[in-house]
Design a binder for this molecule. Structure first.
Ligand code: A2P
Length: 340
């Protein structure tokens, strides 16, 4: 970490991810000189704690970024589309958690364990994109396999927690669960169907090809981050009644043969990965154990005997931490260490 310190803005500071970004800046000891907390006018004047002091939230405007060095954005795609260029014009590098800029060829899409070199491309637009939560945890686990054996195809099904939708959805699962165990009517506001005691094969909007935007984010972002447009990727993304932590069943077809033992050994040494794979003792990654931690947990590593070179894995991470805030602050660390 460089000896310098930086003025840092957090846009969307009152949200689930924004709150965690503030906590991660503190926990990960990012060298913050001054912090500016930004949200909508509804939250202006609210106070949030940073390093033991209360900081007032300000309304996000185009003028919010004067004198700021780095802005972490998590206030939705429209807000990023509108305000990220204004921040960049003010000389402040944006690390954006929305999907607004991720597939822009002039915007790097970064997972520091995988492609930290791409951060250098922030110079084109002054924006770095933080990938989709489900994609981050998958590429942290799959990158070592791709580098060693080559990946031909990925088939992934996700089991995604409601915190990925934001605070309103956390409240919705809580309120619906409480209503139902009290034999009351559950109100549905955030999702098109009840999420309590249910699974919804629908995350983000449906596209003309029958997939959802979330599914196509996993396809396109995986290829961009791994710098491997030739890899086949197909995804089914499912919302489940879990508060924190996304789980994924991933089937990988490799080019060179990989045994389950080789993959287990490789991932045991991989950056950002913790292998939990002891089925005899009922040990495998669990959302409730990944929640509150920064690692990507991998288990159930086994051969897929239906094809010559197949491996199955179960990959779990805290979607608000590694899937969003932690990854964004790790990008800020690379930026600060190598480029500012
Ligand atoms: P606010 O709390 O003032 O609405 P979440 O994803 O958990 O719902 O959080 C979304 C975050 O984005 C919140 O901090 C929210 O602020 C912020 N936000 C939403 N819309 C805007 C906007 N138009 N301008 C600035 N901040 C916004």
């Amino acid at each position: 970490m460089s000896a310098k310190s930086f003025n840092v803005a957090v846009a969307g500071a009152t949200g689930a991810v924004g709150n965690q970004m503030i906590a991660c800046l503190e926990e990960m000891q990012f060298p913050v000189k001054n912090i500016r907390l930004l949200a909508s006018s509804r939250s202006a004047g609210r106070r949030l704690r940073f390093r033991g002091e209360m900081v007032a939230v300000e309304e996000l405007t185009a003028d919010s970024f004067a004198g700021m060095d780095i802005a972490l954005f998590s206030a939705g795609g429209t807000t990023s589309q509108t305000f990220a260029p204004a921040a960049a014009r003010a000389g402040c590098v944006v690390i954006d958690n929305s999907s607004a800029w991720r597939m822009d060829p002039q915007v790097p899409l970064v997972v520091p364990e995988v492609n930290p070199h791409a951060v250098a491309d922030y110079r084109h637009k002054g924006i770095i994109a933080n990938p989709n939560c489900s994609t981050i945890q998958m590429v942290v686990a799959l990158n070592p396999i791709h580098r060693r054996f080559g990946i031909r195809r990925i088939v992934v099904s996700t089991y995604q927690s409601v915190s990925g939708t934001g605070k309103k959805a956390i409240d919705e699962l809580f309120n619906q669960t409480r209503a139902m165990i009290n034999f009351l009517e559950a109100e549905t506001r955030v999702y098109p169907h009840r999420i309590a005691f249910n699974c919804l094969p629908h995350i983000d909007a449906f596209l003309a090809n029958g997939y959802t935007k979330e599914e196509m984010k996993m396809v396109n972002e995986t290829r961009k981050i791994l710098e491997a447009p030739e890899i086949g990727v197909t995804a089914t993304t499912v919302r489940v009644p879990v508060f924190f932590g996304h789980s994924e069943a991933v089937n990988v077809e490799t080019i060179a043969h990989a045994s389950a033992e080789q993959v287990r050994a490789l991932l045991s040494d991989a950056p950002g990965v913790t292998v939990v794979d002891d089925p005899a003792n009922n040990r495998y990654p669990l959302a409730i154990e990944a929640a509150g931690r920064d690692s990507t947990f991998v288990g159930r590593i086994r051969q897929d005997d239906s094809i010559p070179n197949g491996i199955n894995l179960w990959i779990v991470a805290d979607n608000i931490r590694k899937g969003a805030a932690t990854n964004a602050v790790q990008i800020a660390q690379v930026l600060a260490d190598r480029h500012l």
